[in-house]
Design a protein around this ligand. Sequence first.
Ligand code: FEO
Length: 168
Amino acid sequence: MLNAKMEKALNEQVNWELYSSYFYLSMSSYFESISLPGCAAWMKAQAQEELFHAIKLYGFINERGGRAIMEAIGKPPSEWDSPLAVFEDVLAHEQKVTGLINDLVNLALDERDHASNIFLQWFVSEQVEEEASVGGVLDKFRLIGDDKGGLFAMDQELGQRVFTPPAK
Ligand code: FEO
């Protein structure tokens, strides 16, 4: 059974994950508007991944005898100065989420909630992958600079991404 403190904190994370999904969907739409369909597809896959994270947390809260509550989702930004600026925002956002996951793990340890701690380890590993993946994309955008050909190639490459839900 989840205690009230842990239940509240996990619910806040559900909201963050839903906001993340919304945030990336907004970025996807921005990329559609500047004719970079590959970047838009990458962001749409990212949005789906975040929704999966939210539902994974939702399932755990309910499984542990708590109740997942759907709070209002904040309004994400909708305009950026460049593709590079978008990916800089993605990395900053993922770093913020990593901090939130670490806080949740610390809370689980403080509350001696071993089940939550084990469950959250999946998210700890996921954040390492997310930061590495976005960091890699960001490095390439920095290398490309103002090169239009490079941007076109990058858009093609990012368009290959599809979201496949993990087995569990
Ligand atoms: Fe759900 Fe991108 O962290």
